[in-house]
Ligand binder design. Structure first.
Ligand SMILES: Nc1ncnc2c1ncn2[C@@H]1O[C@H](COP(=O)(O)OP(=O)(O)O)[C@@H](O)[C@H]1O
Ligand SMILES: O=C(CO)[C@H](O)[C@H](O)COP(=O)(O)O
Length: 547
């Protein structure tokens, strides 16, 4: 029961749609996460580099997890809901029904996923235009953005998809439409993936130059001509139909969404770090780099003015934190690469059996196995002659080259569990070196970064976190709340509810306190510098060879 002076408790729901699963959380007005649920989602790869999903499957998963987290809660106390999602392309017809994005005509598969690389020829032609909008995506458009995918649909599926399409949504905007019936797009998705400018709006000449003039003729109604800042309240809130689906009251506030990496950035970048003797204490928030590590890793750095970093997406105005410019570095597969390397190894069945016997995840088992095999030797020595080049799915940043492939040097004939553990370590190190290259490119262009703030599934892996500290030489901060991406989504809902005036004044500060033990040793240790020297000379020789 509430005491006389006690305010009634308010709750917010955050929903995060990642590549592999959908998660939801119930968060209170102090930013504390009270309930969590997750649910896997389907994914199809009908041919190499084509990756598809289903918007109906994803919405159904959102409903399952939301119903779970609000169970037992008085629905009158739930004030708002926010969504974030991967920046995948959802295609619907004029009546909002799913349209196929594949040659098979399977309309269930109506999403071209963010990591889909089918539009290679289209993105090459877009980049050849050297249009000025490309300055705002790091100088080179990525095949993972929406314009090349739209062009692919027009060129390859004109009859079955393009001519019938009524609505192309970024997945975060699809979810807010599904919840409210409002087709307004978030500034975040349009600026980051669709070449929209927060200051100047759409650039007609770009769309005409790349052969998508029909979108202009239609006044952009298919891709968005009403744009709202993330966290803005949409329409009349949750529709009765969506409310029934989600198990929430109709009419509660629904926020304009964020892309998942941006929700993670919002969830961690404002952390209150006082009292931990960190370099960033007393420094501006622009000295922090949020690194959101899931299937991919995204490196989010903000600045007061625009900074143009070759090969790093942006600068994007107000796309993550209102009033700040954003640069977004990225590695297209990180968690996805670790899963690929580990699951594809001959010793994987043995690893799985041993991890299951100990009730551990395969990664926890591998980390303890590395502790055993390194014995008195420092961990960096284990990989002095084994190197991984991690661009198995091209290089997003800073080389911005989708044609790059992965590589492993130093392999032997043996394929036992020790070899698997060492290959896994070398892969983690290669990913961390990738982050270092991105940080160096951002700093060379004018960013001044002193501290990394990690979140996402990979931040639960202590080896991954430690290697990022060792290899970048920077302290790594982890939020007390592990599910920071969901906190970011809930911040949107809190903002839309009107209980807070902006995303900055929501419970950002309270939420992102840090734990003592999560502060990571910032010193490069000797063993790691051994690896550093060999890797850096290997990278240098590989670059020479490419040139
Ligand atoms: N407890 C854990 N320990 C180690 N790695 C983990 C753990 N949980 C998740 N991961 C890694 O994180 C990745 C998934 O992260 P997640 O944020 O859930 O991804 P997504 O948002 O892309 O669905 C997996 O590829 C896996 O490698
Ligand atoms: O490009 C993106 C963000 O800008 C993708 O949405 C993101 O990389 C995919 O996220 P995750 O790896 O967590 O599933």
């Amino acid at each position: 029961m509430l005491g006389d002076n006690q305010e009634p408790q308010h709750y917010y729901v955050g929903v995060d749609v990642g590549t592999g699963s959908v998660r939801a959380a119930l968060v209170d007005q102090g930013g504390v996460l009270l309930a969590f649920a997750d649910q896997p989602i389907k994914r199809w790869e009908p041919q190499f580099n084509h990756h598809e999903q289903s918007s109906e499957d994803i919405w159904a998963a959102c409903c399952v997890v939301t119903k779970k987290v609000v169970q037992g809660i008085d629905s009158n106390q739930i004030r708002g809901i926010g969504f974030d999602a991967t920046c995948s392309l959802v295609v619907l017809d004029k009546q909002f029904h799913p349209l196929p994005v594949n040659h098979e005509g399977d309309s269930h598969r109506n999403i071209i996923m963010w990591l889909d690389h089918r539009a290679v020829s289209q993105v090459q032609r877009i980049n050849e235009t050297k249009h000025k909008v490309l300055q705002y995506v790091g100088g080179v458009m990525s095949v993972e953005m929406q314009a090349p995918k739209l062009l692919w649909l027009k060129e390859k599926l004109r009859e079955t998809c393009w001519n019938k399409a009524g609505h192309f949504f970024d997945l975060p905007d699809f979810l807010s439409w599904k919840a409210t019936g409002v087709t307004a797009r978030s500034l975040c998705s349009l600026v980051c993936k669709w070449t929209y400018s927060a200051e100047d709006g759409w650039d007609d000449s770009f769309w005409k130059m790349i052969g998508l003039e029909d979108l202009v003729a239609d006044n952009y109604s298919k891709i968005g001509n009403q744009v709202l800042p993330p966290g803005a309240s949409l329409g009349n809130g949750l529709t009765p139909e969506a409310a029934k689906d989600l198990g929430l009251p109709a009419g509660i506030a629904v926020a304009a969404s964020l892309i998942d990496a941006h929700a993670g950035g919002l969830g961690v970048i404002g952390a209150d770090v006082r009292g931990h003797s960190l370099a960033c204490e007393g420094q501006p928030v622009t000295s922090r780099l949020a690194v959101i590590c899931g299937t991919s890793s995204c490196h989010m750095g903000i600045s007061q003015g625009p900074i143009f970093v070759p090969g790093v997406w942006g600068p994007y105005f107000s796309a993550m934190i209102p009033g700040f410019w954003l640069n977004e570095g990225g590695q297209s597969v990180t968690g996805g690469l670790l899963d690929h390397m580990v699951q594809g190894h001959a010793a994987f069945p043995e690893l799985q059996a041993r991890a299951t016997a100990r009730c551990q995840s395969v990664y926890a088992y591998l980390n303890s196995h590395l502790d055993l095999i390194k014995k008195a030797q420092p961990v960096g020595f284990l990989t002095v002659d084994l190197h991984v080049w991690p661009d198995f799915h091209g290089n997003r940043s800073p080389l911005a080259d989708l044609t790059l492939k992965g590589m492993v040097t130093g392999l032997k004939l043996s394929q036992d569990l020790d070899d698997l553990a060492i290959l896994y370590l070398a892969t983690v190190q290669a990913i961390a070196f990738g982050t270092r290259l991105i940080v160096e490119a951002m700093e060379a262009a004018g960013h001044s970064i002193s501290t990394l703030f990690l979140c996402g599934g990979l931040s639960k892996n202590p080896l991954f976190v430690q290697m990022h500290a060792d290899i970048t030489g920077m302290p790594v901060v982890l939020s007390r709340e592990v599910e920071s991406v969901l906190v970011g989504a809930a911040i949107l809902g809190a903002c839309a509810s009107g209980d807070f005036t902006s995303v900055q004044t929501s419970f950002l500060q309270q939420t992102c306190g840090i734990d003592g033990p999560t502060l990571i040793n910032r010193k490069l240790r000797y063993q790691d510098s051994m690896k550093l020297l060999t890797w850096v000379s290997w990278v240098a020789s590989r670059r020479q060879w490419q040139e």
